[in-house]
Design a protein around this ligand. Structure first.
Ligand code: S3P
Length: 431
């Protein structure tokens, strides 16, 4: 893989479908009545784990490229899985599905890979237990595998400690099956795809500031879901276009939901040349084409309510900060420690190994930009976002990075390297 020393990146690209929305469309389609048609589905390892789990519970799901048909059997149509449900590397799958599994008339066990089995599950076990769920961590370490005996659930009013769409959604899904209204209040607003999509499927859901409430449902109904491109995947090309000289990239059909658009706001305040074109709305989600051009970037401070809107983009934002002028401070992002890997450690180690000046903190980083970076051996920690972020850092670094497990991009973006190469090739072609 030789992606380094890009002279410029030119061209148009469509990134794959949004991961969060793709998971939800399969889940909600599975517990709705009728056939849900999903177009623009993210055909990646994570979303395929969700499909496999629902297939194991008797749901007929067919896939042709990026179109998926989910033959939902209604709110009470799932059947007991004959073996352990495997969420692979996907936190969204384990946490959201736990909300659904807690209310079924059967018992199940859900687990995942070695990363999943280290990630905190107490954050869902606690509220679900308060609702009456019988959910336990088999190894008694508050992590997966989780054993869930389906129970009757009660509505609760719950305040989460951290802004997490996975926790919020898990509780809301359990709330569909509860005997009274369920409310979740977050310290900051996390991504709201569940709220938008559950309403479209017929759930009685209301939002007031940081509180989302849901009433018990009798049935959800199949929908057509058009999945926009994933802004978390677009983020790598936004960063690539900004740092690579003489570049201009048009990223088409990207979801710019205001609970996900922090990267755009941060890049603008860094002085990045980024323009939103052709803004529109589909299936309740805002979409735009994003035009990005090479820019001189300056440092910023990123903290507070914006953090949940760009949490997955912080590794690549750290790379941008390393190429920016001045000292960037990222705070209030302790959640980075409990993602697919400890991303505070992984970003720090890899950026330092490339010659970057970065100090980790308890809840983020301090990055002194402007040092010229050189190639290194990147430890991906089998984390897709670490691999992709350092492929971007590599573009204008001296030499070529090597990666211990570059294939991990298949979790969210199987064609990432090909797409990046295409933008480099179009430069060569047009020169
Ligand atoms: C996601 C929510 C976020 C995000 C993850 C996907 C979702 O996690 O980091 O990649 O689909 O709900 P948290 O809910 O843990 O913040």
């Amino acid at each position: 893989m030789k992606l380094s020393n890009a002279k410029c990146l030119q061209g148009e690209i469509s990134v794959p479908g949004d991961k969060s929305i793709s998971h939800r469309a399969v889940m909600f389609g599975s517990i709705a009545k009728g056939t849900t048609e999903i177009t623009g589905f993210l055909n990646s390892a994570d979303c395929n784990s969700t499909i496999a789990c629902f297939s194991q519970m008797g749901i007929d799901i067919s896939k042709q490229k990026n179109t998926v048909l989910v033959n939902g059997k209604g709110l009470h149509g799932l059947t007991a899985p004959s073996s352990v449900l495997d969420a692979g590397n996907s936190g969204t799958t384990v946490r959201l599905m736990s909300g659904i599994l807690s209310a079924q008339s059967f018992s199940s066990t859900i687990t995942g890979d070695s990363s999943i089995c280290k990630r905190p599950m107490k954050r869902i076990m606690e509220p679900l237990s308060l609702m009456g769920a019988d959910i336990t961590s088999i190894n008694q370490n508050d992590c997966a595998p989780l054993s869930i005996n389906g129970s009757s659930l009660h509505g609760i009013s719950y305040h989460t400690k951290t802004a997490s769409a996975q926790v919020k959604s898990s509780i809301l899904l359990a709330g569909l099956y509860a005997d009274s209204k369920t409310s979740v209040t977050e310290p900051q607003i996390s991504r709201n795809h569940s709220e938008i999509m559950l309403r479209a499927f017929g759930a009685d859901l209301s939002v007031s500031d940081k509180t989302v409430s849901i009433n018990p449902a009798t049935e959800l109904y199949a929908q057509k879901v058009a999945v926009p491109g994933d802004i978390s995947s677009a983020a790598y090309f936004i960063a690539a276009g900004l740092i690579t000289p003489n570049s201009e990239i048009l990223i088409k059909n990207v979801g710019i939901n205001e609970t996900r658009d922090g990267i755009i706001r941060v890049v603008q305040s860094m002085g990045g040349n980024i323009t939103l074109l052709n803004e529109r709305t589909a299936c309740g989600e805002k979409i735009a084409d994003i035009l990005v051009k090479s820019s001189s970037l300056k440092a910023v401070t990123i903290e507070g309510a914006i953090i949940p809107t760009l949490i997955d983009e912080l590794p690549v934002i750290a790379v941008l900060a390393a190429y920016a002028k001045g000292t960037t401070v990222i705070k209030d992002a302790a959640e980075l420690k409990v993602k697919e890997c400890n991303r505070i450690d992984a970003v720090t180690r890899n950026l330092q190994s490339m010659g970057g000046d970065i100090t980790p903190t308890d809840d983020g980083f301090i990055i002194r930009g402007g040092s010229s970076l050189h190639s290194s051996n990147i430890e991906t920690c089998h984390d897709h976002r670490i691999a992709m972020s350092f492929a971007i850092a590599d573009l204008i670094a001296d030499g070529n990075n090597t990666y211990d497990y570059p294939e991990c991009v298949c979790i969210s973006y199987p064609s990432f390297y090909d797409d990046l190469r295409k933008l480099q090739k179009s430069y060569v072609k047009f020169k």
